[in-house]
Ligand binder design. Structure first.
Ligand code: FAD
Length: 350
Protein backbone atom coordinates (compact mmCIF):
# COMPACT_ATOMS: atom_id res chain seq x y z
CA UNK A 1 0.00 0.00 0.00
CA UNK A 2 1.44 3.36 -1.08
CA UNK A 3 0.51 6.04 1.48
CA UNK A 4 0.67 9.77 0.88
CA UNK A 5 -1.00 13.07 1.82
CA UNK A 6 -2.44 14.03 -1.57
CA UNK A 7 -3.00 11.32 -4.14
CA UNK A 8 -3.01 12.96 -7.56
CA UNK A 9 -4.64 11.16 -10.47
CA UNK A 10 -3.00 12.50 -13.61
CA UNK A 11 0.60 13.66 -14.04
CA UNK A 12 -0.15 16.40 -16.58
CA UNK A 13 0.95 19.99 -15.94
CA UNK A 14 -1.79 20.49 -13.33
CA UNK A 15 -0.84 17.37 -11.36
CA UNK A 16 2.88 18.18 -11.56
CA UNK A 17 2.43 21.74 -10.29
CA UNK A 18 0.29 20.42 -7.41
CA UNK A 19 3.41 18.64 -6.12
CA UNK A 20 5.19 21.98 -5.73
CA UNK A 21 2.30 23.86 -4.12
CA UNK A 22 1.61 20.95 -1.75
CA UNK A 23 5.31 20.77 -0.90
CA UNK A 24 5.28 24.40 0.27
CA UNK A 25 2.59 23.30 2.75
CA UNK A 26 4.70 20.28 3.80
CA UNK A 27 2.26 17.88 2.14
CA UNK A 28 3.60 14.89 0.23
CA UNK A 29 2.17 13.80 -3.12
CA UNK A 30 2.00 10.62 -5.15
CA UNK A 31 0.87 10.67 -8.78
CA UNK A 32 -0.81 7.95 -10.84
CA UNK A 33 -0.83 8.19 -14.62
CA UNK A 34 -2.01 5.78 -17.27
CA UNK A 35 0.77 6.97 -19.57
CA UNK A 36 4.34 5.72 -19.14
CA UNK A 37 5.72 9.27 -18.80
CA UNK A 38 4.60 12.42 -16.95
CA UNK A 39 3.42 15.58 -18.76
CA UNK A 40 -0.12 14.69 -19.87
CA UNK A 41 -1.16 16.29 -23.16
CA UNK A 42 2.06 18.36 -23.22
CA UNK A 43 4.32 15.33 -23.50
CA UNK A 44 1.94 12.94 -25.26
CA UNK A 45 0.41 15.19 -27.94
CA UNK A 46 2.64 18.22 -28.53
CA UNK A 47 6.05 18.05 -26.78
CA UNK A 48 7.81 20.00 -29.57
CA UNK A 49 5.19 22.76 -29.93
CA UNK A 50 5.81 26.17 -28.35
CA UNK A 51 3.29 27.50 -25.81
CA UNK A 52 3.01 31.29 -25.62
CA UNK A 53 0.65 31.87 -22.70
CA UNK A 54 2.49 30.53 -19.66
CA UNK A 55 3.01 33.55 -17.37
CA UNK A 56 6.64 34.62 -17.37
CA UNK A 57 7.59 32.42 -20.32
CA UNK A 58 7.20 34.33 -23.62
CA UNK A 59 7.71 30.97 -25.34
CA UNK A 60 8.28 27.48 -23.97
CA UNK A 61 8.15 24.07 -25.64
CA UNK A 62 5.49 21.84 -24.07
CA UNK A 63 8.18 19.19 -23.43
CA UNK A 64 10.41 21.75 -21.72
CA UNK A 65 7.52 22.95 -19.57
CA UNK A 66 7.05 19.36 -18.39
CA UNK A 67 10.75 19.02 -17.57
CA UNK A 68 10.72 22.34 -15.70
CA UNK A 69 7.67 21.29 -13.67
CA UNK A 70 9.38 18.00 -12.76
CA UNK A 71 12.52 19.91 -11.76
CA UNK A 72 10.49 22.41 -9.69
CA UNK A 73 8.74 19.62 -7.78
CA UNK A 74 11.75 17.27 -7.43
CA UNK A 75 12.80 18.54 -3.97
CA UNK A 76 9.40 17.46 -2.63
CA UNK A 77 10.14 13.88 -3.67
CA UNK A 78 6.85 12.93 -5.32
CA UNK A 79 6.10 9.25 -5.90
CA UNK A 80 4.90 8.01 -9.29
CA UNK A 81 2.82 5.05 -10.41
CA UNK A 82 3.15 5.32 -14.19
CA UNK A 83 1.61 3.22 -16.94
CA UNK A 84 -1.32 2.30 -14.68
CA UNK A 85 -4.89 3.61 -14.75
CA UNK A 86 -6.71 4.54 -11.54
CA UNK A 87 -9.65 2.19 -11.61
CA UNK A 88 -11.56 2.17 -8.31
CA UNK A 89 -11.88 4.33 -5.20
CA UNK A 90 -13.11 3.21 -1.78
CA UNK A 91 -13.76 5.47 1.18
CA UNK A 92 -12.38 4.13 4.46
CA UNK A 93 -13.84 4.50 7.97
CA UNK A 94 -11.11 7.00 8.92
CA UNK A 95 -12.20 9.25 6.02
CA UNK A 96 -9.24 8.36 3.77
CA UNK A 97 -9.52 6.87 0.29
CA UNK A 98 -7.97 3.79 -1.28
CA UNK A 99 -7.43 4.04 -5.02
CA UNK A 100 -6.57 0.86 -6.92
CA UNK A 101 -5.14 0.76 -10.44
CA UNK A 102 -5.88 -1.66 -13.29
CA UNK A 103 -2.65 -3.47 -12.32
CA UNK A 104 -3.80 -3.83 -8.70
CA UNK A 105 -1.46 -1.22 -7.12
CA UNK A 106 -3.14 0.27 -4.04
CA UNK A 107 -2.71 3.85 -2.82
CA UNK A 108 -4.13 5.45 0.33
CA UNK A 109 -4.54 9.17 1.10
CA UNK A 110 -6.81 11.48 3.07
CA UNK A 111 -7.15 13.73 -0.01
CA UNK A 112 -7.55 12.76 -3.66
CA UNK A 113 -6.95 15.34 -6.40
CA UNK A 114 -8.23 14.27 -9.79
CA UNK A 115 -6.11 16.05 -12.41
CA UNK A 116 -7.14 13.66 -15.16
CA UNK A 117 -7.37 16.17 -18.02
CA UNK A 118 -9.35 14.81 -20.93
CA UNK A 119 -9.29 11.42 -19.22
CA UNK A 120 -6.92 8.53 -19.48
CA UNK A 121 -5.51 8.05 -22.94
CA UNK A 122 -6.62 4.69 -24.26
CA UNK A 123 -4.69 3.19 -27.16
CA UNK A 124 -6.59 2.78 -30.43
CA UNK A 125 -6.50 -0.93 -31.12
CA UNK A 126 -6.52 -2.49 -34.58
CA UNK A 127 -9.45 -4.75 -35.46
CA UNK A 128 -7.50 -8.02 -35.60
CA UNK A 129 -9.30 -11.13 -34.39
CA UNK A 130 -8.00 -12.48 -31.08
CA UNK A 131 -5.62 -9.54 -30.44
CA UNK A 132 -6.82 -9.21 -26.83
CA UNK A 133 -5.51 -12.75 -26.12
CA UNK A 134 -1.97 -11.60 -26.92
CA UNK A 135 -2.01 -8.34 -24.91
CA UNK A 136 1.08 -8.30 -22.66
CA UNK A 137 2.05 -11.60 -24.33
CA UNK A 138 3.90 -9.95 -27.17
CA UNK A 139 1.32 -7.33 -28.16
CA UNK A 140 1.93 -3.87 -26.65
CA UNK A 141 0.19 -0.63 -27.59
CA UNK A 142 2.54 1.71 -25.69
CA UNK A 143 6.33 1.40 -25.45
CA UNK A 144 7.17 1.91 -21.82
CA UNK A 145 10.78 0.82 -21.77
CA UNK A 146 12.65 0.41 -25.07
CA UNK A 147 15.21 -1.86 -23.34
CA UNK A 148 12.44 -4.45 -23.06
CA UNK A 149 12.94 -4.98 -26.82
CA UNK A 150 16.72 -5.38 -26.78
CA UNK A 151 17.80 -8.12 -29.20
CA UNK A 152 14.16 -9.02 -29.91
CA UNK A 153 12.31 -9.07 -33.24
CA UNK A 154 9.60 -6.40 -33.41
CA UNK A 155 6.86 -5.58 -35.88
CA UNK A 156 5.51 -2.04 -35.54
CA UNK A 157 2.44 -0.85 -37.42
CA UNK A 158 1.17 2.71 -37.85
CA UNK A 159 1.83 5.78 -39.93
CA UNK A 160 2.24 8.64 -37.42
CA UNK A 161 5.10 10.10 -35.40
CA UNK A 162 5.02 7.34 -32.74
CA UNK A 163 5.41 4.53 -35.28
CA UNK A 164 8.20 6.39 -37.10
CA UNK A 165 10.09 7.57 -34.01
CA UNK A 166 10.00 4.20 -32.27
CA UNK A 167 11.06 2.35 -35.43
CA UNK A 168 14.07 4.68 -35.65
CA UNK A 169 14.90 4.27 -31.96
CA UNK A 170 14.45 0.51 -31.86
CA UNK A 171 16.55 0.05 -35.01
CA UNK A 172 19.56 0.28 -32.66
CA UNK A 173 18.03 -1.79 -29.86
CA UNK A 174 16.02 -4.64 -31.36
CA UNK A 175 17.56 -7.41 -33.45
CA UNK A 176 15.00 -6.84 -36.24
CA UNK A 177 12.53 -3.99 -36.84
CA UNK A 178 9.69 -4.26 -39.36
CA UNK A 179 7.50 -1.20 -39.97
CA UNK A 180 4.15 -1.80 -41.63
CA UNK A 181 1.79 0.97 -42.78
CA UNK A 182 -1.34 0.73 -44.87
CA UNK A 183 -0.36 3.71 -47.03
CA UNK A 184 2.86 4.71 -48.76
CA UNK A 185 2.67 8.21 -47.19
CA UNK A 186 3.32 8.83 -43.48
CA UNK A 187 1.68 11.49 -41.28
CA UNK A 188 4.81 12.20 -39.24
CA UNK A 189 7.58 14.80 -39.22
CA UNK A 190 9.44 14.99 -42.53
CA UNK A 191 12.87 14.37 -40.97
CA UNK A 192 11.55 11.19 -39.29
CA UNK A 193 10.15 9.93 -42.62
CA UNK A 194 13.55 10.60 -44.24
CA UNK A 195 15.39 8.85 -41.41
CA UNK A 196 13.19 5.76 -41.78
CA UNK A 197 14.00 5.82 -45.51
CA UNK A 198 17.76 5.94 -44.75
CA UNK A 199 17.56 3.12 -42.20
CA UNK A 200 15.53 1.05 -44.67
CA UNK A 201 18.30 1.46 -47.27
CA UNK A 202 20.87 0.41 -44.65
CA UNK A 203 18.81 -2.71 -43.94
CA UNK A 204 18.14 -1.65 -40.31
CA UNK A 205 14.38 -1.30 -40.86
CA UNK A 206 12.27 -3.64 -42.93
CA UNK A 207 9.64 -1.25 -44.35
CA UNK A 208 6.48 -2.79 -45.83
CA UNK A 209 3.90 -0.44 -47.43
CA UNK A 210 1.07 -0.35 -48.33
CA UNK A 211 0.30 -3.34 -46.16
CA UNK A 212 -1.69 -4.40 -43.11
CA UNK A 213 -1.28 -6.94 -40.33
CA UNK A 214 -4.33 -9.19 -40.60
CA UNK A 215 -3.66 -12.17 -38.31
CA UNK A 216 -1.64 -13.04 -35.22
CA UNK A 217 -0.14 -16.44 -34.49
CA UNK A 218 1.42 -18.00 -31.43
CA UNK A 219 1.08 -20.47 -28.65
CA UNK A 220 0.35 -18.46 -25.48
CA UNK A 221 2.72 -15.78 -26.81
CA UNK A 222 3.02 -14.06 -30.14
CA UNK A 223 5.29 -15.87 -32.61
CA UNK A 224 4.32 -14.46 -36.03
CA UNK A 225 2.00 -12.07 -37.85
CA UNK A 226 0.31 -12.39 -41.23
CA UNK A 227 0.86 -9.34 -43.42
CA UNK A 228 -1.23 -8.65 -46.50
CA UNK A 229 0.39 -6.55 -49.25
CA UNK A 230 -1.12 -6.12 -52.71
CA UNK A 231 -3.62 -8.88 -51.87
CA UNK A 232 -0.85 -11.37 -51.05
CA UNK A 233 -0.45 -12.78 -47.54
CA UNK A 234 2.89 -13.66 -45.96
CA UNK A 235 4.02 -14.52 -42.45
CA UNK A 236 6.70 -12.67 -40.49
CA UNK A 237 8.18 -14.32 -37.42
CA UNK A 238 8.37 -11.88 -34.50
CA UNK A 239 8.61 -11.64 -30.71
CA UNK A 240 6.50 -8.47 -30.47
CA UNK A 241 3.73 -6.79 -32.40
CA UNK A 242 3.36 -3.10 -31.51
CA UNK A 243 0.41 -1.31 -33.14
CA UNK A 244 0.94 2.45 -32.65
CA UNK A 245 -2.34 3.94 -33.90
CA UNK A 246 -2.56 6.83 -31.46
CA UNK A 247 -4.39 7.33 -28.20
CA UNK A 248 -7.93 8.52 -27.59
CA UNK A 249 -8.87 10.16 -24.28
CA UNK A 250 -11.73 8.75 -22.21
CA UNK A 251 -12.87 9.89 -18.75
CA UNK A 252 -12.91 6.15 -18.14
CA UNK A 253 -13.34 4.57 -14.73
CA UNK A 254 -13.49 7.95 -12.91
CA UNK A 255 -16.95 8.42 -14.44
CA UNK A 256 -18.18 5.62 -12.13
CA UNK A 257 -16.88 7.07 -8.86
CA UNK A 258 -20.18 8.73 -7.87
CA UNK A 259 -18.95 12.19 -8.85
CA UNK A 260 -21.27 14.75 -10.44
CA UNK A 261 -20.43 14.77 -14.13
CA UNK A 262 -21.46 17.37 -16.68
CA UNK A 263 -20.45 17.22 -20.35
CA UNK A 264 -17.81 14.59 -19.67
CA UNK A 265 -16.16 16.74 -16.94
CA UNK A 266 -16.37 16.72 -13.13
CA UNK A 267 -18.46 19.46 -11.52
CA UNK A 268 -16.63 21.39 -8.78
CA UNK A 269 -17.25 24.30 -6.46
CA UNK A 270 -15.12 27.05 -7.97
CA UNK A 271 -16.32 29.64 -5.46
CA UNK A 272 -14.22 27.80 -2.85
CA UNK A 273 -11.57 25.22 -3.62
CA UNK A 274 -12.50 22.92 -6.53
CA UNK A 275 -13.95 20.21 -4.29
CA UNK A 276 -16.31 17.75 -5.96
CA UNK A 277 -19.63 16.57 -4.51
CA UNK A 278 -17.61 14.05 -2.44
CA UNK A 279 -15.74 15.79 0.42
CA UNK A 280 -12.02 15.06 0.24
CA UNK A 281 -12.06 14.51 -3.53
CA UNK A 282 -11.06 17.53 -5.64
CA UNK A 283 -10.92 17.94 -9.43
CA UNK A 284 -8.47 20.40 -10.99
CA UNK A 285 -7.30 21.31 -14.48
CA UNK A 286 -8.98 20.26 -17.72
CA UNK A 287 -10.98 17.51 -16.01
CA UNK A 288 -13.29 19.86 -14.08
CA UNK A 289 -16.14 22.13 -15.05
CA UNK A 290 -17.75 25.23 -13.53
CA UNK A 291 -19.29 28.41 -14.98
CA UNK A 292 -16.81 30.21 -17.28
CA UNK A 293 -14.25 27.36 -17.07
CA UNK A 294 -11.25 27.71 -19.41
CA UNK A 295 -9.18 24.64 -20.29
CA UNK A 296 -5.80 26.33 -20.04
CA UNK A 297 -2.62 25.32 -18.26
CA UNK A 298 -2.44 28.51 -16.20
CA UNK A 299 -6.01 27.92 -14.94
CA UNK A 300 -4.96 24.42 -13.80
CA UNK A 301 -2.02 25.94 -11.89
CA UNK A 302 -4.33 28.38 -10.07
CA UNK A 303 -6.85 25.65 -9.22
CA UNK A 304 -4.06 23.40 -7.90
CA UNK A 305 -2.83 26.19 -5.61
CA UNK A 306 -6.22 26.81 -4.00
CA UNK A 307 -6.94 23.08 -3.75
CA UNK A 308 -3.73 22.52 -1.75
CA UNK A 309 -4.88 25.04 0.86
CA UNK A 310 -8.11 23.06 1.29
CA UNK A 311 -6.14 19.80 1.47
CA UNK A 312 -3.95 21.34 4.22
CA UNK A 313 -7.03 22.09 6.32
CA UNK A 314 -8.35 18.51 5.89
CA UNK A 315 -4.99 16.95 6.80
CA UNK A 316 -4.21 19.40 9.64
CA UNK A 317 -7.62 20.12 11.21
CA UNK A 318 -7.63 23.20 13.44
CA UNK A 319 -4.15 24.27 12.33
CA UNK A 320 -3.86 27.66 10.66
CA UNK A 321 -1.60 28.13 7.67
CA UNK A 322 -0.08 31.56 7.21
CA UNK A 323 0.80 32.31 3.60
CA UNK A 324 4.48 33.10 3.14
CA UNK A 325 6.23 34.31 0.00
CA UNK A 326 8.91 31.91 -1.25
CA UNK A 327 11.23 34.92 -1.65
CA UNK A 328 10.93 35.54 2.09
CA UNK A 329 10.68 32.04 3.60
CA UNK A 330 12.75 30.11 1.05
CA UNK A 331 11.94 26.47 0.32
CA UNK A 332 12.78 23.46 2.46
CA UNK A 333 12.78 20.34 0.31
CA UNK A 334 11.81 16.95 1.74
CA UNK A 335 15.22 15.78 0.51
CA UNK A 336 16.97 18.05 3.05
CA UNK A 337 17.74 20.74 0.49
CA UNK A 338 17.13 24.41 1.19
CA UNK A 339 16.67 27.20 -1.33
CA UNK A 340 16.61 30.82 -0.22
CA UNK A 341 17.23 34.26 -1.57
CA UNK A 342 20.69 35.59 -0.64
CA UNK A 343 20.51 37.73 2.46
CA UNK A 344 20.58 41.42 1.56
CA UNK A 345 23.86 43.11 2.48
CA UNK A 346 23.20 46.50 3.98
CA UNK A 347 26.10 48.83 3.64
CA UNK A 348 26.42 51.94 5.69
CA UNK A 349 26.80 55.09 3.67
CA UNK A 350 29.48 57.31 5.10
C1 FAD B 1 -2.23 20.59 -29.47
C2 FAD B 1 -2.55 21.27 -28.18
C3 FAD B 1 -2.06 22.55 -27.94
C4 FAD B 1 -2.34 23.21 -26.73
N1 FAD B 1 -1.83 24.46 -26.51
C5 FAD B 1 -2.06 25.09 -25.33
C6 FAD B 1 -1.54 26.40 -25.07
O1 FAD B 1 -0.90 27.01 -25.93
N2 FAD B 1 -1.77 26.96 -23.85
C7 FAD B 1 -2.51 26.33 -22.87
O2 FAD B 1 -2.67 26.87 -21.77
N3 FAD B 1 -3.04 25.10 -23.11
C8 FAD B 1 -2.84 24.48 -24.31
N4 FAD B 1 -3.39 23.24 -24.54
C9 FAD B 1 -4.23 22.64 -23.48
C10 FAD B 1 -3.37 22.08 -22.36
O3 FAD B 1 -2.48 21.10 -22.88
C11 FAD B 1 -4.25 21.50 -21.29
O4 FAD B 1 -5.03 22.55 -20.73
C12 FAD B 1 -3.42 20.85 -20.19
O5 FAD B 1 -2.65 19.78 -20.68
C13 FAD B 1 -4.32 20.36 -19.07
O6 FAD B 1 -3.48 19.81 -18.10
P1 FAD B 1 -4.02 18.72 -17.07
O7 FAD B 1 -2.86 18.38 -16.22
O8 FAD B 1 -5.25 19.26 -16.42
O9 FAD B 1 -4.49 17.49 -17.97
P2 FAD B 1 -3.70 16.59 -19.04
O10 FAD B 1 -2.55 17.30 -19.62
O11 FAD B 1 -4.76 16.08 -19.97
O12 FAD B 1 -3.15 15.39 -18.16
C14 FAD B 1 -4.05 14.50 -17.57
C15 FAD B 1 -3.36 13.19 -17.29
O13 FAD B 1 -4.23 12.38 -16.50
C16 FAD B 1 -4.07 11.04 -16.87
N5 FAD B 1 -5.26 10.29 -16.46
C17 FAD B 1 -6.57 10.57 -16.72
N6 FAD B 1 -7.38 9.66 -16.14
C18 FAD B 1 -6.57 8.78 -15.51
C19 FAD B 1 -6.80 7.62 -14.75
N7 FAD B 1 -8.03 7.14 -14.49
N8 FAD B 1 -5.73 6.96 -14.26
C20 FAD B 1 -4.46 7.39 -14.49
N9 FAD B 1 -4.19 8.50 -15.22
C21 FAD B 1 -5.22 9.18 -15.72
C22 FAD B 1 -3.88 11.10 -18.39
O14 FAD B 1 -3.19 9.95 -18.85
C23 FAD B 1 -3.04 12.39 -18.55
O15 FAD B 1 -1.66 12.12 -18.59
C24 FAD B 1 -3.14 22.58 -25.75
C25 FAD B 1 -3.64 21.28 -25.98
C26 FAD B 1 -3.36 20.64 -27.19
C27 FAD B 1 -3.90 19.26 -27.41
Amino acid sequence: MIKTDILIIGAGPTGLFTVFEAGLLKLKCHLIDALPQPGGQCSEIYPKKPIYDIPGFPEVLAGDLTNNLLEQGKQFEPGFTLGERAETIEKQEDGSFIVTTNKGTKHQAPVVAIAGGLGSFEPRKPAIEGIADYEDKGVEYIIKDPEFYRDKRVVISGGGDSALDWSIFLADVASEVTLIHRRNEFRGALDSVEKVGELTKLGKINLITPAEVKELHGNGKIEAVTVVKDGEASQIATDHFIPLFGLSPKLGPIANWGLEIEKNAIKVDNSLNYQTNIPGIFAIGDVNTYPEKLKLILCGFHEATLMCQAAYRIINPGKKYVLKYTTVSGIDGFDGSRKEAPKAVVQAIN
